[in-house]
Design a protein around this ligand. Structure first.
Ligand code: HEC
Ligand code: HEC
Ligand code: HEC
Length: 187
């Protein structure tokens, strides 16, 4: 009920409502912007005490997912699938390998790079608002400001790791999560 009302009011006020930036409305409006891996990492997500998320991601295949599409091997796969464009320009390949190839430029800040393939915000949501330390420290506040938290990891991963991938060889969540897990160490 409340949601319906909020939505109705939101539609009437339209764009003006965006400038208020309060709670849920902003979340639904898509006012959060993608800031890119470098901004996400900042001074924090690279230290030992924070859990070295930068190193783990850089050394994972996710950070290379766009570059993978720029190879003759990828072009051959695309061709075999009947696509006439190179893999790195084929939307049906980009959709899992790159964040934002088909999104409006207004959703990105200039610090964002699509070349970074599957990156922090692919999985965690656009960070322009929750990146502030005062917000990030408080998980609930961070969620209200665009952070996505995954309670069912396997369900999330298989939105890309599925048989629609030309190279799909099955997906074992425990095994695959072990390869990229990057939790903050317990103090
Ligand atoms: C947005 C799509 C997407 C999501 C969501 C995603 N992945 Fe991936 N993942 C990829 C792509 C694309 C590759 C291949 C990258 C390459 O090789 O260039 C990949 C590769 C990997 C690899 C390396 C493959 C190997 O055999 O070593 C691991 C491990 C992995 N993903 C784990 C996960 C886990 C765990 C999750 C969920 C927490 C996840 N991925 C969610 C797209 C995704
Ligand atoms: C549904 C998501 C999805 C789509 C669509 C997709 N990929 Fe991938 N791709 C993946 C994942 C996930 C992996 C990692 C392989 C794995 O571990 O399952 C991958 C791996 C690869 C690799 C790495 C080499 C290998 O053998 O593992 C290449 C090359 C590749 N994809 C090319 C393409 C091309 C070309 C297209 C378009 C025709 C495409 N992909 C479409 C998800 C996708
Ligand atoms: C393939 C998806 C994926 C990518 C890429 C990824 N993460 Fe994560 N991350 C997860 C999942 C899934 C979890 C565990 C569940 C959760 O907290 O949502 C997690 C957990 C975390 C946590 C721990 C949260 C806590 O409360 O303990 C931090 C911090 C984090 N990620 C930061 C990053 C940063 C920074 C990057 C980029 C350098 C990144 N992640 C890239 C999927 C990803």
């Amino acid at each position: 009920m409340k949601t319906k009302l909020t939505l109705a009011v939101f539609l009437i006020i339209g764009f003006a409502a965006l400038s208020f930036k309060s709670g849920d409305d902003v979340h639904k409006s898509g006012a959060f912007k993608y800031v890119g891996a470098t901004t996400c990492v900042g001074a924090c997500h690279k230290t030992d005490s924070q859990g070295k998320q930068l190193d783990i991601w850089q050394n994972s295949k996710h950070s290379q997912a766009f570059k993978t599409l720029q190879t003759p091997e990828a072009d051959a796969i695309a061709k075999e699938k009947g696509f006439t464009t190179p893999a790195a320009e084929t939307p049906q390949c980009l959709k899992c390998h790159v964040l934002g190839k088909d999104m409006d430029p207004s959703e990105f800040e200039s610090s964002f790079s699509k070349e970074d393939g599957v990156q922090c915000e692919t999985c965690h949501g656009p960070g322009s608002e929750y990146k502030k330390l005062s917000i990030m420290k408080d998980k609930q506040k961070a969620i209200e400001n665009g952070l996505t938290v995954h309670t069912d990891g396997a369900a999330f991963c298989t939105t890309c790791h599925n048989s629609e991938s030309p190279n799909f060889k099955g997906f074992n969540y425990e095994e695959m999560w072990a390869k990229i897990q990057h939790a903050k160490p317990k103090e």
